[in-house]
Design a protein around this ligand. Structure first.
Ligand SMILES: [Zn+2]
Length: 241
């Protein structure tokens, strides 16, 4: 009995010891995409604020079961390299970057999950460019050798993590009548620099007024956070990380 309890303790300890780093996209002067809640464009919503709100909710849910940290907990600028360095500092096992999408086509809508891999899709390239920009609007440069190495080491795990998160998020997407744009490979530098299995989540389009109104609601952010956290936890459990 005693040894069974001891084993249970060991199991619980190892199950809880996994570290997830949640990365709210953008911050400070780097506002990310901008959406407008009204036609007069007087009520602006910034991607940096939405991503922080959703990230905090994901972190709170994960913290009930495992170790979770944020790359920023307030509205401040953090470079992609600093975000990646934090992954080393907290010894993160998984890295989840949270963003909201934008398009010049105001009709574009939906939810999508990216994992780090090479791709040649034109639509994905646009998202990559938006998320890989620095404050001056220039694209960060990341060594292709590093990217290839990280892809090689993480792609199997990241793809699997994406399927777990997608599975738990699917019912949420459906309940909000959102379009499910699925799982895609993408070259996101923050994922390459973090050197860990991870995802970049685009949790809706701020450039679509109808979708912006919806994703700005606490109800949406709560349920989406639950879906993401449940997916990450299911992956941790099944992968015996
Ligand atoms: Zn973004």
């Amino acid at each position: 009995m005693r040894s069974a309890l001891f084993l249970l303790f060991i199991f619980c300890f190892t199950a809880q010891a996994k570290v997830v780093l949640i990365d709210p996209g953008h911050g400070g002067e780097e506002i990310g995409a901008v959406g407008h809640l009204d036609a007069k464009k007087s009520r602006k919503i910034f991607e940096k604020d939405l991503s922080l709100r959703l990230s905090k909710k994901v972190k709170d849910r994960l913290s009930q079961h495992t170790s979770a940290y944020l790359t920023r907990s307030m509205d401040r600028i953090v470079s992609l390299q600093e975000r990646a360095d934090l992954a080393d500092l907290v010894k993160a096992d998984l890295f989840i970057s949270i963003h909201f999408n934008s398009s010049t086509n105001a009709q574009s809508h939906g939810f999508e999950i990216y994992y780090l891999d090479n791709n040649s899709n034109v639509a994905t390239n646009k998202v990559e460019r938006a998320e890989n920009l620095n404050l001056k609007g220039e694209e960060h440069t990341v060594n292709q050798i590093l990217i290839d190495l990280v892809v090689q080491q993480t792609v199997v795990h990241s793809r699997k993590l994406a399927t777990y998160v997608h599975e738990k998020v699917k019912p949420v997407v459906k309940s909000f009548n959102m379009s499910d744009r699925g799982i895609k490979p993408g070259l996101f530098y923050v994922l390459a620099l973090s050197k860990r299995p991870g995802l970049l989540i685009e949790a809706g389009f701020v450039s679509n007024p109808k979708e912006l109104k919806m994703v700005n609601e606490e109800k949406y952010l709560d349920q989406m956070a639950k879906g993401i956290a449940d997916g990450v936890l299911a992956y941790i459990k099944d992968s015996k990380l």
